[in-house]
Design a protein around this ligand. Structure first.
Ligand SMILES: Nc1ncnc2c1ncn2[C@@H]1O[C@H](COP(=O)(O)OP(=O)(O)OP(=O)(O)O)[C@@H](O)[C@H]1O
Ligand SMILES: [Mg+2]
Length: 330
């Protein structure tokens, strides 16, 4: 049996009286980009901290490539890299010095450290900026340096805790490209995000965290298909075609507009085939066909009754947005 990159059972954690995680079960195969999605205060960072051995669970177990995060913490640390929500970059050091410092903490033999630093500066487009102190870097450069520092020892699993919060669209895109490259290198990625588009764009699988538990899990497409409201939109060349098609689905809640007809369904291959066969039987040829799925935002809302953040939240000292507080108050 091939080993899971991450395997948790009943992971729970409270801070004082506040239960943050209550029984989180995850099974993440190696090579996957897994996104943990949730609003402010949902427990994303708490989960990352436990999985990366920085914090201990109160109950439950977590294994990284088969190693227990509590009992074999040192072994786990050798296999992972963590880019935290808050930067590990030292603003007083240059980019190169930051990387060299990280390299010194690793098992990389000293003579090879410099080459590794050069390679990463090059790869993250920081070769030129490498001689400047990091406090002069833009947010995007700082994030890239942060990630480069995470990769020094070639981890097999990388944790990215909100890697693009606060970045402009172009820097966000660059981070996404970097994640794609890492995946190409066979690195497993555990990502947290508040951005649904980010999870949608990057993740093979998404888990939605709310109120201490996973409320939904699946591929982006699977999650969207779970929602009512998915449909196939058929467009026709003539009003006559539309009218005849409408008769075929008169009892199925299809909605017509202009020259198009929305037929409820999940847009699976079977569904499409059935739909086209039915049209063909009547000699109707649709001009265009599109599958309309609800957004992840709709899914999250349907499951939790509130929406995850869509804008970066600077400081929520109380540990949550208003809807989250409401959830907790219940
Ligand atoms: N060390 C701590 N002591 C007390 N409470 C904590 C501690 N760490 C986290 N919490 C609380 O646990 C809850 C979950 O926090 P966590 O940082 O895991 O959320 P998050 O999903 O990462 O949120 P964000 O999107 O804001 O980063 C919050 O209510 C937070 O205030
Ligand atoms: Mg966090």
């Amino acid at each position: 049996m091939s080993e899971l990159a991450i395997h948790t059972n009943g992971l729970s954690k409270s801070f004082k009286a506040k239960q943050v995680l209550s029984g989180v079960d995850l099974r993440i195969p190696p090579g996957e980009v897994f996104a943990l999605l949730g609003p402010n205060g949902a427990g994303k960072t708490t989960t990352v901290n436990i999985l990366s051995t920085l914090s201990r669970p109160d109950a439950g177990t977590a294994r990284v490539f088969g190693h227990d995060v509590v009992g074999e913490a040192a072994r786990v640390r050798e296999l992972i890299g963590v880019t935290g929500q808050f930067s590990a970059v030292d603003g007083l050091l240059t980019g190169r010095e930051n990387l060299a410092m990280m390299a010194a903490f690793t098992h990389i033999p000293k003579p090879e450290q410099q080459a590794r630093v050069d390679e990463l500066l090059e790869r993250f487009d920081l070769a030129e900026a490498g001689t400047k102190v990091a406090s002069t870097y833009s947010g995007g450069m700082r994030r890239r340096l942060d990630l480069a520092m995470t990769l020094i020892a070639r981890p097999r699993l990388v944790f990215l805790d909100e890697p693009t919060t606060g970045l402009d669209p172009r820097s966000r895109r660059t981070m996404w490209d970097i994640v794609d490259e890492l995946v190409g290198d066979g690195v497993s990625i555990f990502l947290t995000t508040q951005y649904l588009e980010e999870a949608d764009a990057l993740a093979d699988r998404i888990a939605m965290l709310d109120n201490g538990g996973i409320v939904a899990e699946g591929t982006p497409a699977e999650l969207k298909r779970q929602m009512p409201g998915g449909h196939v939109r058929l467009e026709f060349a003539t009003a006559d075609d539309l009218d005849r098609a409408r008769l075929l689905w008169s009892d199925a809640g299809a909605e017509a507009a202009e020259l198009s007809l929305d037929v409820p369904g999940d847009g699976s291959v079977d569904h499409i085939r059935q739909l086209l066969t039915r049209l063909e039987g009547e000699g109707i040829e649709p001009r265009h066909l599109s599958i309309e799925t609800p957004s992840l935002d709709d899914v999250f809302f349907a499951l939790t009754g509130h929406r995850p953040e869509t804008t970066p939240d600077i400081e929520t000292a109380a540990g949550g947005t208003a809807p989250t507080d409401k959830e907790i108050a219940r």
